[in-house]
Ligand binder design. Structure first.
Ligand code: ADP
Ligand code: ADP
Length: 236
């Protein structure tokens, strides 16, 4: 099933008529199906962050369309978009973005609290993900009491609790040593394999990308290469 489809997306920063404007994306077509685990790689300034922020509804494209779960997100107003992001999408950032005054478990259930879910549902869901990612032992600890790797695993847990149609991760291993990066990438892999989560990740990290089923390379605002780990290769 198709989860995301972007057609001919362009992004120009600044006044389009001015010489100072930057063409960050130049006609990107992009599709993601349910259960895919995709990495986007490319040199700094190639447009990765811009692409992911457009695909996840944070930034508006200059032209082109983005459809997630059959909805044109580029045409949604800010309010509907914020609600759609909270209800239907999961996010993991380079900074772990946990609230310091909440325990790990409270951080994990926060998206469900905001969605006014029943407390029995929240507790059983929290117990399920804490067990799946083997972090039950830190459930009652505060973020400042645990390692960066544990914080990021909690953030990955949190991205999953609302059963999002898709999870976006921006450099999720960027602040981690290699052992913690391995643990975090194994969480994503498990989420993808056991929960059939659909994941799109931006990374500079070849090690992190090696966990993904497909890698897309972007250069000068265009997709130039797509490789699947079953060996298929498409050049553009
Ligand atoms: P990457 O994530 O691959 O490093 P970006 O999407 O951040 O690439 O940037 C692509 C291009 O767009 C770069 O030339 C960058 O300087 C420019 N750019 C990104 N964000 C903005 C912005 N908010 N305003 C102006 N230019 C931007
Ligand atoms: P990263 O590639 O790690 O995401 P960037 O340096 O591309 O980091 O971007 C960091 C932030 O700065 C982003 O929000 C991006 O949109 C913004 N940004 C990047 N380049 C520019 C630019 N030339 N002018 C204004 N904002 C920019």
């Amino acid at each position: 099933m198709r989860v995301l489809e972007a057609n001919q997306v362009t992004k120009i920063y600044g006044d389009t008529k001015s010489e100072n404007s930057t063409k960050a994306l130049n006609g990107v077509d992009f599709k993601v199906d349910e259960g895919e685990f995709v990495a986007i790689m490319g040199p700094s300034g190639s447009g990765k962050s811009t692409l992911v922020s457009i695909l996840s509804g944070i930034t508006e494209p200059t032209t082109g369309s983005v459809v997630i779960s059959g909805k044109r997100i580029d045409q949604m107003n800010r309010f509907d978009m914020a609600l759609f992001r909270r209800r239907s999408l999961g996010f993991v950032f380079q900074e772990f973005n946990l609230l310091d005054s909440l325990t790990v478990k409270e951080n994990i259930i926060l998206p469900m609290v905001l969605d006014k879910k029943d407390s029995a549902i929240m507790n059983s869901k929290a117990a399920e993900v804490l067990k799946l990612f083997e972090i039950e032992n830190i459930a009652d600890k505060y973020p400042y009491e645990i390692s960066g790797g544990q914080q990021q695993r909690a953030a990955v847990c949190r991205s999953l609790v609302n059963d999002p149609v898709m999870i976006f991760a921006d450099e999720p291993t960027g602040n981690l040593d290699s052992k913690s990066a391995n643990a975090v990438m194994n969480c994503f892999k498990m989420m993808n394999e056991e929960k059939n989560a659909t994941i799109l990740m931006v990374t500079h990290d070849v090690f992190a990308a090696s966990f993904c089923k497909k890698v897309i390379f972007i250069k000068d605002g265009k997709i130039c290469l797509e490789v699947a780990n079953k060996g298929t290769r498409k050049e553009f």
